[in-house]
Write a protein that binds this ligand. Structure first.
Ligand SMILES: [Zn+2]
Length: 389
């Protein structure tokens, strides 16, 4: 805690007037800290792909320009009210505590937070550090590209402070938020029985999320991890430092067909058990599916804006946090389920009404097909031996 900043009455924040503009350092009056509030001096804050999208004008909703970006922050509490005593997990907080704050914290009160806690990331009224998004006057004191961030848990009870270990460098702490996104993506796959210990994993994208996903895959039990991305230096080389067994270069394989073939040759067998898109590239999904073995799992976590893919809504798989499942026919163990349901529910549905019967003759078979094609019947059904029906 430098005395210079401690005594400053102003806090310097970097703001942007809108997409495509240069940063401007502005000053915000240092606010009084309320009973359950705190001022956090920022040690470091990452630049996220989301920030870049916002600066390119890709954010789908209006934003309160000019404002301060930066949500991968780690800092130290320099001032706090007496009523703020512990973090979200119950760890004690004091002046000097190292902390991180995630962006868009679930409010804890809306329909999603209350009824769908597993997808409270889709909270209807998420909390940003200082104020509800969209209801503030600039300049703000809530982005991490600033000397300080301000929180007030009485004003915004959804605010969540997470204490970092005392001996964790703040620089490392800034990675907590993006790494958590990767861990959740693998946990989503686990919940769908789509990621098991020893599985072969392909990561599409070698940006920061691709690198962190490689680490998460390793830590969470992947057998082999392969990364598709570019450029070789620094990104693919770093993925290998993070434990990737192999990397496939977009520069060496500029076309999807070439990448699919290269991946399949590199990993062998039937394909990958799990492919995770961390690239944000509009065509990654269809390409990645071809790298899966039959019965594999695809997780879309990278593409969350429609930038470059306005003709499809593939990015909505990510932004809506939905499960999109393929289901092809059945296995041998499924057939008894069908027989049992028909038996159990034989009197509960008008099964026979869906069937139009046709006699077993050339004309009968032709009529059965014609009726089905013309949608005059629901289920044309041919009766070769009426006597046993
Ligand atoms: Zn909520």
């Amino acid at each position: 805690m430098s005395p210079a900043i401690e005594s400053d009455s102003d806090v310097r924040v970097a703001t942007f007037d809108g997409p495509g503009t240069d940063p401007v350092i502005r000053k915000v009056a240092r606010p009084a800290v309320p009973q359950r509030g705190a001022l956090i001096r920022i040690g470091a804050c990452g630049v996220c792909g989301t920030d870049l999208h916002i600066l390119k004008g890709h954010w789908p909703k209006p934003l309160p320009w000019p404002f301060t970006l930066g949500h991968e922050l780690a800092g130290v509490i320099v001032e706090k009210g007496d009523g703020l005593t512990e973090d979200f997990m119950g760890l004690p907080l004091s002046v000097g505590s190292k902390i991180m704050l995630p962006p868009l914290m679930p409010c804890g009160r809306c329909h999603y937070c209350v009824h769908y806690p597993e997808t409270a990331n889709k909270c209807l009224t998420p909390v940003y550090y200082g104020r509800y998004l969209g209801f503030e006057k600039p300049p703000h004191l809530w982005g991490g590209w600033a000397e300080m961030v301000y929180v007030d848990l009485d004003d915004l009870p959804g605010t969540k402070i997470y204490r970092l270990p005392d001996d964790m460098p703040l620089r490392l702490g800034t990675l907590a938020e993006p790494l958590t996104s990767c861990i959740r993506a693998f946990n989503r796959a686990i919940r769908c029985q789509g990621f098991r210990h020893g599985d072969t994993v392909i990561i599409q994208g070698s940006g920061p999320i691709g690198v962190l996903a490689t680490a998460a895959a390793r830590e969470m039990g992947a057998g082999r991890v392969f990364v598709i991305g570019a450029p070789e230096t620094p990104r693919l080389a770093l993925c290998r430092e993070f434990g990737a067994d192999g990397t496939i270069s977009l520069e060496a394989h500029p076309a999807p067909e070439g990448r699919i073939a290269a991946v399949r040759e590199m990993i062998g067998g039937f394909g990958a058990d799990l492919v995770m898109d961390c690239s944000g590239h509009p065509s990654a999904g269809p390409e990645g599916i071809e790298m899966l073995r039959d019965g594999g799992t695809y997780v879309e976590m990278g593409q969350f804006t429609d930038a470059g893919a306005i003709e499809t809504n593939w990015h909505r798989i990510c932004t809506k946090d939905v499960n999109v499942l393929g289901s092809w026919a059945f296995t041998a163990n499924d057939i008894p389920l069908g027989i049992a349901m028909l038996d159990r529910a034989r009197d509960r549905f008008p099964w026979q009404q869906m069937q139009t019967l046709f006699p077993f003759s050339e004309q009968g078979v032709r009529d059965a097909i014609d009726a089905a094609m013309a949608m005059r019947s629901v289920k044309s059904t041919i009766v070769p031996c009426e006597e046993i029906l």
